[in-house]
Design a protein. Sequence first.
Lengths: 302, 258
Amino acid sequence: MDQTVKLGSLTLANPIITASGTFGYGLEFMRYGDLSKLGGLCLKGISLAPRTGNPMPRIAETPCGMLNAIGLQNVGVDKFLAEKLPYIPADATLIANLYAQTPEDFGELAAIFAHEDKIAALEVNISCPNVREGGVQFGQDPHMAAGVVSAVKKRAGAKPVIVKLSPNVTDVRVIARAAVGAGADMLSLINTLSGMAVDIRTRKSRLANVVGGLSGPAIKPVALRMVHQVVQAVNVPVIGMGGIVSAEDVLEFILVGAHAVQVGTYNFMRPDNAFRLVDEVAALAGSLGIGSWDEYRGTLKV
Amino acid sequence: MIDSQTPCRDLEVLSCRPGSDPSLVNLILSAPGWTCRPGQFVMLRPAQWGAELIWPRPFSVCDVSDDGLRILFQTVGRGTRRLAELVPGQKVTVWGPLGRWFRIDESRPNLILAGGVGIAPFVMLARRERRDNLSMLFGHRLDLQHYPYDEIAASIPSEAMQQKTPADIAAFETVLSDRIRALAGKGQVLACGPEPMLKVVRKYCLEHGTDGQVSLENRMACGVGACLGCVAKTIQGDYVQSCVHGPVFDVRDIELGA
């Protein structure tokens, strides 16, 4: 079957996108597979100025998952454009992930990427739990979320704008509706769940940041539930993510209504996993007799 | 020799045996079809870990040849305890060789400072480099016969010191300081071992002005530079991934905590 998916004006060769912060700038994975094979790549979150990130330790393994508190370490947009973007093959579908601490700076980043031919879409990160300012603050307040989204939309030109939502809210549909109301072309969810791990002997947190974001298979049921809720609440394409480690998992998200998915922690389990998943999803869809993604999407019987 | 298109290999366990002390395990995997430099590492993740244990585990290559890939590890947590239970015939996904290696100074003395299971990468080095400008000082907690010390001592001049008490550790530290001072301006040290030892090595290298390289063993999720979980702090205050910028660093380039 044809694996192509259309998310408004954004067309992907297949529904598999690598999640921001788990796939670097793509360059790190070029010896493990052909980047153009992926539906898309969400690049590591980029801010106007470079960020050094949080102190160590930054990661902790937990049952069926992991915590991270990286703190959006990145080279900054100027260095990204000069030293990273030119080396990413032109046939890869790239989604820039934007992080800022004010709506104005979000708009500034959008304006910069609006002129980059190699960037197919923008993903607005209003859901990082590991930074003190901006991040999830924007994602937990519908008015602030709408402010960021309209600031980005105004300066994003023709680039489709994806808004990445936090699960650390009382009702994810409230933020989803606010983002769409402010012009979001699509939504992606879920970012990590806020969590902790502690050591009873040293009496310290396992993360220097004390709290971090939980990802991996442990969070998939929460992610599925939230994607299911959001697709009922809005009329834009939704990209589902959270704990995907198999082709079955991908189809579960599409079944509840996602147009595409992102895989994150799975990339750490084996660096060629995303590439293999593209083939495995195609094979599974074929074996289930699915004629097209449009036909299968959102057909959960309730 | 490295096939750049498929660097992930599913290798077969040929043997997985605890040594004479059960906390030290010798794992032999089928030959990976590549070779590497001493100090480089691999990521290992057994297929049967499923979704329970997420991360692969990083290990220095102890040795690699047509006979197989040899890993020496100590059981310290859930991952290494599960690895110790591998049986012949099981499959382990391996990617590597990864990272920067120990750079031998051809023209001057190179003193290896190994601590405990940190002796692993020097097995390969000793087998390949039978040169008179190499020597080793080995600090260890368990009795010497539990470590592959003799394999190294057979080809390069070596001495060992056991640390069972705080007084032993203090004595070892004094010897480290003396040896590092003796090489100031004349040679370099290559160190792999527990972090407290590396901190001492770095301190004396800087104090005495001796060249030195240390191999860090930070927790890693991916091994390929993407997760930013394994970073080391540079003296400029930036964080760099120890999987690609290390694990072997020049002592002058990085900080090593308090």
